[in-house]
Design a protein. Structure first.
Length: 329
């Protein structure tokens, strides 16, 4: 199987001169040759030439401007929960928003309604917990979904209960020129595992223009009832998904609402199949887990085997939901 091209550029070479210049300009922001296995939920991945984690939006602006000026390819990542990096790693820079400063803010906008704003790098679980503590409904559809707020918004993360786009009211996006622009619901187009933002008549590329902050429109509810409902949702997820293990969530997109990928894979008896330490989960067939020392190649072999089996049996071509980055053999 040939992976989709990520923001990793095989031709890029990090020269000693560029290292020296970047180290001088960003002494507390980046490290070089950083193993991506430390930054993905799969715990898999070779080194990124540059791993950068700015603390402020101004630092991020300067960083991306320098990368652009030096023609350094870069990709922006969240918590690495939907990412598979090959053994060859990432040529160029991986930019993490996890250290960006910011707090959750709540603003009442009318009877029973509030806007809750959260920074992109914050854990999605923290946002859900805040909503429950405030007695606000509207985030149940992403309860238990791992990762960051920004990553969830960018991929319009969701479950069978819905997606985060249902609650997204506006987003602040850092444009390539360095301007921070707010886009409201009129410009936001939530889709299946994607979020499109339209600026006038042109789409915004969120891989080049990261979401910095997002706001959600939530409704007041009974706090105790919301917490009870949330407990039930989380317990159901724990029973039906391999949580607490090394995985990247669902591997494949669902072909349709009535044909979930996991069901198709399960019908073919593929649960438990493995290559090396990579295994199709015995709990949920649309998860692949790293049982110890799996490689990206092991994961990709399973992905290819599943795609071929599903196509041969049902004539359906599964598409990966996980982002695959780097060159593979």
């Amino acid at each position: 199987m040939k992976p989709k091209k990520g923001r990793s550029d095989k031709k890029f070479q990090l020269s000693p001169d560029i290292r020296k210049r970047l180290t001088k300009r960003f002494p507390d922001t980046m490290v070089f040759d950083e193993p991506m296995s430390r930054h993905t939920s799969f715990r898999i991945g070779g080194p990124a030439d540059i791993w950068a984690a700015p603390k402020t939006v101004d630092d991020l602006k300067r960083l991306l401007a320098n990368f652009t000026g030096m023609e350094i390819p870069f990709m922006v990542i969240g918590k690495g929960t939907n990412l598979l990096v090959s053994e060859s790693g990432i040529r160029g820079a991986a930019v993490s928003l996890s250290r960006l400063s910011g707090v959750i803010e709540k603003r009442d906008i009318g009877p029973g309604l509030a806007i809750v704003a959260a920074p992109s790098g914050m854990r999605l679980a923290s946002l859900c917990s805040f909503a429950l503590s405030e007695g606000l409904a509207g985030m149940n559809q992403v309860l238990g979904v791992p990762g960051s707020v920004g990553g969830a918004v960018r991929m319009n993360a969701g479950t069978n209960l819905g997606d985060i786009g249902m609650a997204t009211d506006s987003v602040d996006v850092l444009l390539p020129g360095g301007d921070l622009k707010t886009f409201d619901r009129r410009s936001i187009r939530p889709g299946y595992r994607r979020l499109d933002i339209i600026d006038g008549d042109r789409p915004i590329r969120l891989d080049r223009s990261p979401v910095i902050r997002a706001r959600f429109r939530l409704a007041s509810g009974d706090r105790d009832a919301l917490r009870a409902l949330a407990r039930g949702i989380v317990l159901k997820r724990k029973a039906s998904q391999p949580l607490g293990v090394r995985s990247a969530g669902c591997i494949f997109r669902n072909p349709s609402s009535d044909q979930p990928a996991g069901r198709l894979i399960d019908q073919l008896g593929l649960k438990g199949k493995s290559f090396g330490d990579a295994q199709i989960s015995t709990v949920h067939a649309n998860f692949i887990v790293n049982r110890g020392d799996a490689s990206a190649s092991d994961i990709l072999k399973l992905i290819g085997m599943v795609k071929e089996a599903v196509y041969n049996a049902f004539g359906i071509t599964l598409e990966t939901e996980v982002q695959i980055v780097g060159e593979t053999s």
